[in-house]
Design a protein around this ligand. Structure first.
Ligand SMILES: Nc1ncnc2c1ncn2[C@@H]1O[C@H](COP(=O)(O)OP(=O)(O)OP(=O)(O)O)[C@@H](O)[C@H]1O
Ligand SMILES: [Mg+2]
Length: 343
C-alpha cells in the first residue's frame, strides 16, 4: 500500500478539531520554522505532518489518539465494507498519528483481499500466516510482518487460513489466541500501536477471538468492534446478528458487554433505499444503541482505490469527502467523539 503520510491540510485539521481555520493557522505559527513538523511553500502552511497533527489533537484533549488500540471489523454479511474500511482507517490513522507508533493490519480472512490491496499479493504458501501462529509454528511475531508503509505493517493471509476454525477447535483458544497475538504485537512495537483486523464474513472462531480481544484490552487502551452495515434489509439483519453474537461471546468470557459501533457504509442520500434503510436502523432496538454518528458515503473513489491497490487518500483530489468520512470514523472508533472535539 502506498501509505506515505499525506500531510493534512489546514482545513482538514480545522474540521476534525472543531476549531476555525484561522485559529489553527495561528496555533501552528509557533512550529512554522520546524521543517519536520509542517510542509511549507512560500512561507505558507500547505501540509501538517502526522506527529504535529497528533500533538495538536492531544493538546486539545484527544488523549485516546495516542493509546494502544485494537479495532476489529466484523459482520456476518459479505461485501459490506469490512476490507475497504480496514485499509482506509489505517491510512487515516497514518495521517493523524505519530509515525513513531506502529499501525498493524491483520488479514484474518482466507480470501486475502486485504493482503492483495495492501501489499499487492496474498501470503506465499511458505510464508507464516495467522494459522501458523495459532498452531505454534511461529517463533516471533516479527516473522509474521510485512512492511507496507511508514511504520505500517501487515500480517498477510492466504487460502490456508480457511483451516483457522479447525485449528481453533477448543473454546479456550477463542478466549486466548487473538488476545495473546495482540499483546505480543504491542510488546514488539511499543506504545501507541494501532491494530486493525479484517475478519471473514461469517461467525468464525478467529473473528470471535478478535472480538474477545477488544474486551480484553486494558483500561488505558482502546478496543472496539466495528460493524459495517450494508444498506439493505439483509445487511441490517447481518449487523444485528453480528452485534448480538459479539455480545454473547464477550459476556460468556468477561461478564461485560461488547464495546461496539456499527456504521452505515455506502450511504447515498439521493437514493430512497439508503434513506429508508437508515430510518429502519434508527428504529432497530439492537442497532440504534450502537450506531456511530458517522456514515461512510457511497463513493466511486473506493473502487478506484482498490484498483490502484491503495487507500482513498492517495488520489486526494478525488477523495476529499470520503476521506473525511474515514477520518471521522477513526476518531469515533477510538472514542474521540465529535462533541468533545467541538467543545
Ligand atoms: N462506501 C462505498 N462506496 C462505494 N462502494 C463501496 C463502498 N464500500 C465498499 N464498496 C464496494 O463494495 C465492495 C465490497 O467492499 P469490501 O470488499 O470492503 O467488503 P467486505 O465486507 O470486505 O467483503 P467480503 O465480505 O467479501 O470480505 C467493493 O468492491 C467496494 O468497491
Ligand atoms: Mg473483505
Amino acid at each position: 500500500m502506498d501509505c506515505r503520510p499525506i500531510a493534512l491540510r489546514v482545513t482538514e485539521l480545522a474540521r476534525i478539531s472543531g476549531i476555525g481555520k484561522p485559529a489553527v493557522s495561528m496555533a501552528l505559527k509557533g512550529v512554522a520554522n520546524a521543517p519536520e513538523k509542517l510542509e511549507l511553500a512560500g512561507g505558507k502552511i500547505v501540509g501538517i505532518l502526522p506527529e504535529t497533527v497528533q500533538e495538536f489533537l492531544l493538546a486539545r484533549g484527544q488523549s485516546n489518539l495516542a493509546k494502544n488500540s485494537l479495532i476489529v471489523l466484523s459482520t456476518q454479511t459479505g461485501g459490506c465494507g469490512k476490507t475497504s474500511s480496514c485499509i482506509n482507517l489505517a491510512a487515516a490513522a497514518r495521517r493523524m498519528t505519530s509515525r513513531q507508533s506502529a499501525i498493524v493490519l491483520i488479514d484474518a480472512d482466507s480470501q486475502a483481499s486485504l493482503s492483495l490491496q495492501a501489499s499487492g499479493t496474498a501470503a506465499g504458501d511458505d510464508e507464516p500466516i495467522l494459522l501458523s501462529w495459532i498452531e505454534g509454528k511461529v517463533k516471533s511475531v516479527a516473522d509474521l510482518l510485512t512492511q507496507v508503509g511508514e511504520n505500517v505493517w501487515l500480517i498477510r493471509s492466504n487460502l490456508n487460513n480457511a483451516f483457522l476454525d479447525r485449528a481453533m477447535g477448543r473454546p479456550q483458544l477463542i478466549k486466548t489466541a487473538a488476545t495473546k497475538l495482540v499483546r505480543e504485537l504491542i510488546d514488539h512495537f511499543g506504545a501507541g500501536t494501532k491494530i486493525l483486523v479484517d475478519t471473514p464474513p461469517q461467525l468464525s472462531s478467529i473473528g470471535q477471538s478478535f472480538i474477545v480481544a477488544t474486551a480484553a484490552m486494558n483500561q488505558d487502551e482502546v478496543g472496539t468492534l466495528l460493524v459495517p452495515i450494508r444498506l439493505d434489509d439483509f445487511g441490517v439483519k447481518g449487523a444485528q446478528i453480528a452485534i448480538s453474537e459479539a455480545n454473547e461471546v464477550v459476556n460468556a468470557f468477561f461478564n461485560t458487554s461488547v464495546k461496539a459501533l456499527c456504521f452505515v457504509n455506502g450511504f447515498d442520500q439521493r437514493t430512497k433505499n439508503s434513506v429508508r434503510t437508515l430510518s429502519a436502523i434508527t428504529r432497530n432496538p439492537v442497532l440504534n444503541d450502537f450506531l456511530a454518528p458517522v456514515a461512510i458515503r457511497h463513493s466511486s473513489e473506493i473502487a478506484r482505490s482498490i484498483a490502484r491497490r491503495s487507500s482513498v487518500f492517495t488520489d486526494y483530489k478525488n477523495a476529499t469527502t470520503i476521506g473525511a468520512d474515514y477520518m471521522d470514523l477513526l476518531l469515533s472508533a477510538l472514542g474521540c467523539e465529535r462533541d468533545e472535539r467541538t467543545e
